[in-house]
Design a protein around this ligand. Structure first.
Ligand SMILES: CC(C)(COP(=O)(O)OP(=O)(O)OC[C@H]1O[C@@H](n2cnc3c(N)ncnc32)[C@H](O)[C@@H]1OP(=O)(O)O)[C@@H](O)C(=O)NCCC(=O)NCCS
Length: 179
């Protein structure tokens, strides 16, 4: 794959990114969860998140950061308040996904760093990320970025329940943890 780095940007999502976000979501979720979640369930989850869903999310000002290579969006991160109030992390990265062909090139680390900087500017240095325990790529990614496993839980889907792990990122990794 030939790629130039000049035009690569990590920026806030725009309402016109709806189509691209749906494409990345579809490809990355199939890649990550095929064989982990039941096929019918995965298809339902993907079909719910079409271009309209994403366009609306951007217009509703859900924080979304995207990786844009000048041609299309190739990755995204969604983040906001932590869903688990009993853990000492006020902020959460809900989802971080990359188009599979663009994985392993350092873009995940760059997107993660951008979101941590944005959160840090709002006073949130302590950030939590949940990953399905079976998603080895994601677990190793968060460990390489300095995350510590701080909790486990079960994620209920419609027909199955799957183990998940929480990675905590503290103040000292907010600036240095992601190179
Ligand atoms: C997992 C994912 C987000 C990682 O992003 P990425 O751009 O591929 O990762 P980077 O190239 O920035 O790598 C950052 C670090 O994580 C490590 N890493 C990334 N993917 C890895 C993998 N599959 N296995 C082991 N380590 C991995 C890298 O070795 C690197 O560590 P190092 O720099 O210390 O050597 C991305 O591959 C992806 O979206 N995959 C498909 C969907 C998915 O599983 N998303 C996460 C769900 S929460």
């Amino acid at each position: 794959m030939v790629m130039t780095t000049q035009s690569i940007a990590i920026r806030s999502a725009r309402p016109t990114d709806g189509h691209d976000l749906a494409m990345v979501h579809d490809a990355a979720w199939r890649f990550a969860y095929r064989g982990v979640l039941p096929g019918a369930e995965l298809e339902r989850m993907i079909s719910r998140r079409g271009p309209d869903w994403w366009g609306k999310a951007v217009r509703r000002r859900v924080p979304i950061v995207v990786l844009d290579d000048g041609k299309a969006v190739r990755g995204y991160v969604t983040y906001g308040a932590s869903r688990v109030r009993s853990l000492p992390y006020r902020a959460e990265i809900y989802e971080l996904y990359i188009q599979p062909e663009y994985a392993g090139l350092g873009f995940g680390r760059k997107m993660f760093r951008t979101v941590r900087q944005r959160l840090s500017r709002r006073g949130h240095d302590a950030v939590i990320v949940w990953s399905l325990a079976e998603n080895d790529a994601a677990c190793q990614f968060y460990e390489r970025l300095g995350g510590r496993s701080v909790a486990t839980a079960d994620e209920p889907f419609e027909s199955v329940s799957v183990a998940k792990v929480a990675y905590g990122f503290d103040k000292h990794t907010a600036r240095s943890g992601a190179r």
